[in-house]
Design a protein around this ligand. Structure first.
Ligand SMILES: [Fe+2]
Ligand SMILES: [Fe+2]
Length: 159
């Protein structure tokens, strides 16, 4: 993972991914999840960042991934599906829960699993921008109620 990040000049993605993996592992312990699976999902969730944004739709088509109209309009979000593909095909991840969490870490999905939520929230806490996320206080406050509320606090901020 580290050598691939260096090869593709994506050290910032690597650093973000390690932080997300550690946070996902910590949250998994807090919410009785699977720490090892959470760590693995965190490490690989943004691995498709090695593919430039403008090439993602074309790459997705070339490997037969169905593309939604929203993904055509905003290609950044398809990176979750591409990361799942790479985790599966290149890193040989076999745990379907890990692959599911990677595949929906940007958008979540209906009937999300505990691991889906863990990775989604960890990714938002350890975001890939500079400084402190503007929604962080409401996410942390919502933890007292539930992991789902913490996820919603971020979505509410976006809305
Ligand atoms: Fe991502
Ligand atoms: Fe991320």
């Amino acid at each position: 993972m580290y050598s691939k990040s260096l090869k593709y000049h994506c050290l910032s993605i690597y650093n973000h991914s390690v932080r997300v993996a550690q946070m996902a592992e910590e949250l998994a312990r807090k919410y009785n999840g699977e720490p090892e699976a959470a760590y693995q999902a965190g490490l690989l969730h943004d691995i498709s960042g090695i593919i430039p944004n403008h090439q993602r739709i074309e790459f997705a088509r070339s490997i037969g991934i169905p593309i939604l109209p929203e993904e055509c309009l905003f290609p950044m979000i398809i990176h979750q599906k591409l990361s799942k593909y790479i985790a599966d095909e290149v890193f040989m991840v076999t745990n379907p829960n890990v692959l599911s969490a990677i595949e929906c870490h940007t958008t979540l999905k209906s009937r999300a699993s505990l691991l889906d939520y863990l990775l989604f929230v960890a990714d938002k806490i350890e975001w890939d921008q500079k400084g402190v996320p503007p929604y962080i206080n409401s996410v942390f406050t919502s933890f007292d109620q539930s992991l789902e509320k913490a996820a919603f606090a971020y979505i509410h901020y976006l809305m």
